[in-house]
Design a protein around this ligand. Structure first.
Ligand code: AVJ
Length: 322
């Protein structure tokens, strides 16, 4: 009898590694940075003084929560749906205000990680015993699709942290379109966009002297070593950041210090690097009002109101369906 080989089915991570490391120039997707270790490193990034984004958005939510809440249907009630809730640190500022004014709402944090949600649930119970909440585990769109059917009151969709910045404009438009598809005319999308600014300030945010961002970026290689039985020598690569002030695109790379071969056993793959060869791993897009307006209009959304941090580094936009 002929030996039969089982068809191989690859995970999304494996597919990205195979295509990304066999194409030229090489690339890997930043979304795979976020395993347990990557999540922890990102928490450390958010606490770095150079990573101004966190504090700017925190300030907006702290100082402008009343003006933000005016956009919500305080009378008829609303659902506050947060995509990628994490530890909810910034959202709690809004929850504070909303519970002060006794708003009628349900908080629905969505996250892919059940661990993260369980911790958030415990914190909410302790800190906001009167706030009605429901934890939703899953990908953003599964959850959004379910929601559009089951409620009649206003939906306020929160996407904080300039997470959209990891997407090229085309993908950002698709992301906005998928949200727009699940919105009714009275619904609101509230989203953070990091702004164009003095280029060195951007570079410093993605190139800290303590090597936290470097470790975060290299976690992609570590994950390949851990999960796919690879033998990447982490010291044979370094982190490199660029920022193009014209396009507003910050780009992260891992650069090979020397010619080398890497073996990834689980994928039966050998990868050759020339010296100075790059792996492009992430973009962190910076915006201006015109670009945000253009992206939104492509997704049939319009800017309803803009909330700006005091230094102008960061903005949260409230969008409605056009
Ligand atoms: C989580 C996408 C907002 O691009 O600023 C931080 C991720 N990468 N430092 C960003 C990140 C390097 C972050 N986002």
């Amino acid at each position: 009898m002929e030996p039969t080989t089982k068809p191989t089915t690859y995970t999304a991570f494996e597919k990205d590694v195979i295509s990304g490391l066999t194409e030229y120039p090489k690339h890997l997707s930043s979304k795979f940075i976020y395993d347990k270790k990557g999540d922890k490193l990102f928490q450390e990034i958010m606490a770095m003084p150079e990573y101004y984004l966190t504090e700017c958005e925190y300030d907006i939510l702290k100082n402008q929560s009343a003006a933000i809440a005016e956009k919500f249907s305080l009378k008829n009630g609303f659902d506050l749906i947060e995509l990628g809730a994490g530890d909810g640190k910034k959202t709690k500022l809004l929850l504070n205000h909303l519970s002060d004014i006794k708003a009628n709402f349900t908080y629905l944090p969505v996250d892919i990680s059940q661990n993260v949600l369980d911790e958030l649930g415990t914190a909410l119970q302790n800190e906001f015993p009167k706030v009605d909440f429901e934890l939703l585990q899953g990908s953003y769109f599964d959850v959004l699709n379910q929601l559009s059917s089951y409620n009649k009151r206003q939906k306020v969709i929160l996407v904080l942290g300039s997470n959209i910045g990891n997407l090229m404009h085309k993908d950002a438009i698709d992301f906005l379109k998928k949200i727009q598809n699940n919105m009714s005319p009275e619904d609101l999308l509230f989203m953070g966009f990091d702004q164009k600014k003095y280029p060195q300030t951007v570079l410093d945010a993605y190139n800290d002297p303590n090597g936290i961002t470097e470790a975060f970026n290299k976690n992609l290689l570590e994950r390949i070593n851990r999960e796919l039985d690879g033998n990447f020598d982490l010291d044979a690569f370094f982190h490199w950041e660029t920022y193009d002030p014209e396009t507003g695109t910050a780009k992260s790379f891992l650069v090979s210090k020397a010619a080398q071969e890497v073996r990834i056993n689980k994928l039966n793959l050998n990868i050759n690097f020339k010296s100075w060869e790059t792996i492009h791993t992430e973009i962190s897009q910076k915006y201006d009002d015109e670009t945000v307006e253009w992206l939104a209009s492509k997704a049939n959304l319009g800017i309803d109101k803009v909330f700006e941090s005091e230094n102008g580094f960061y903005k949260n936009y409230a969008f409605k369906k056009l």
